[in-house]
Design a protein around this ligand. Sequence first.
Ligand code: S3P
Length: 436
Amino acid sequence: MTTRQDWIAALGGPLHGSLVVPGDKSVSHRALMLGALADGVTEVHGFLEGEDTCATARVLGQLGVRIESPAPQVRRIHGVGLDGLRGSDAELDCGNAGTGMRLLAGLLAGQAFDSVLVGDASLSQRPMRRVTEPLAAMGARIDTGPGGVPPLRIHGGQSLSGIAYDLPVASAQVKSAVLLAGLGARGTTTVREPHPTRDYTERMLAAFGYPIDFKPGFASVPGGHRLVATRVEVPADFSSAAFFVVAASIIPGSDLVLRSVGVSPRRTGLLQALRLMGADIEETDSREQGGEPVADLRVRHAPLTGIEVPEALVPDMIDEFPALFVAAACASGRTVVRGAAELRVKESDRIGTMAAGLRALGIRADERADGVVIQGGRLRGGEVDAHGDHRVAMSFAVAAQRAEGEVRIRDVANVATSFPGFVSLATQAGFGLRAG
Ligand code: S3P
C-alpha cells in the first residue's frame, strides 16, 4: 500500500526552458503486451518508468515473460508467442492501472489457464462490464465483483470466436481488449466506435507485422496470425506535457518548450480547446518517431477567455479535463463542459474532485451530471484533496501557481503512476512546489 503524501504548492514562475516529460503511458502498456505475445525480442525505448506500466510488466513476468531493463527507460521483452503465456496461481495485481487491467482481460480471456486480475482501492471501483460483456460475447467466461468491478476472475480453456462489436462508449481500452482477444479467436473480430479513439493498439499491431485493417473509428483483425518482435520508440506523453502547457499558458511571462511530445490527433484535443480560449501554442519540428507524430510544443503566456468546449473534442482530450478546468478557473468568463460523463469513472470522479477543489480555492464551479460550468476568477490559497488521482494532483499543483496563498494538496502519491519525477521537473521549470 502506498503511503499518503501531500504537496505544498505556491505561486511560482514564470516558466522557462525546455523540458522532456516521461514516455507515453498508453504506448508503454501496449509495447509490453505486444512484445510479450510476439516471437522474438522486442526493445522498447522511452518506456514510462511509472507504477502503472511497471505493474503491467510484473504481471507479464508472472505469466512467464522475461522482461529485462538494461537501462532506464529501456525494456527488452523476450516474447513467448501468442500461445506461450503460462498461468499464475497468484493474483495478478494491476495496481492503479485501468489500461493494464482492461487490456490484460482481453489478452487473457482466451488462454488455456485461469487468471485473477486485481487492483488498488481506486481501480477496484472502476467499471469492468464494458470489457467483460464483449469478451463474453466472444465466448469468454469472466466473473466480476458485485456491481461489475474488479477482481476479474477469468476462466481459462474457453475457445473464442470473432465478433463485430459496436462500442457503446468511445473507449480505446475496450476497443483494445476486444482486439487483443481477437488475436486468439476463430474468425475475424471487428470493432466500431461512436467517436474515434487513440489508435496505438492498431498501429502497433501493424508494426509487429500483424494483419489489421483500420481507419478512424474502425478496426478489424483476423485471428490466428503471429506477431514479429520489433523496436518500439515511445514518444513523450502528451497527457503529462498537458500540465506544463496549461501552466505556461496561465503564468505571466512564461515561455516554455516541451520536446518530442506525441501529438496524435486522438490525444491533442486540449490544444484545440486552449487555442479557442486564446492560448499561444506553437508546434515546431513536427516529425514521425516510431510511426507516431511528435512535435516540440512552445507555449507562451496568453490571456485566456472561457469557452463552451465543443463536445466533439471530448474523446480527444479525455485525460486532460482536470488541466483544462484549471485553465478555465484562470480565464475570464465562463467555461462550459458537456458530454463528459466518462470523467466520473476515471481514477477518481474527476468532475466531483476537481469542482470541489476549485471551490475550496475560491472558484465557482457548478457540477452537472456530464460536465461542469466554471466561472474564471481569483484563486486563493487553501487545502484540496486529490483523492489519490494523479492527474487531479498535478492539476492543482498548476492551479496553485496562480493562487494568492499556499495550497496544500492531499493524497498525491499516485502521481508516480504516470509521472515519476514530476516535482523535480516542475520546480526546475519554475513551479513553487514541494513535499509537505
Ligand atoms: C487509455 C484510454 C482512455 C484513457 C486512459 C488510457 C488507453 O481510457 O482515459 O487514460 O491507454 O487506452 P478509456 O478507454 O476508458 O476512454
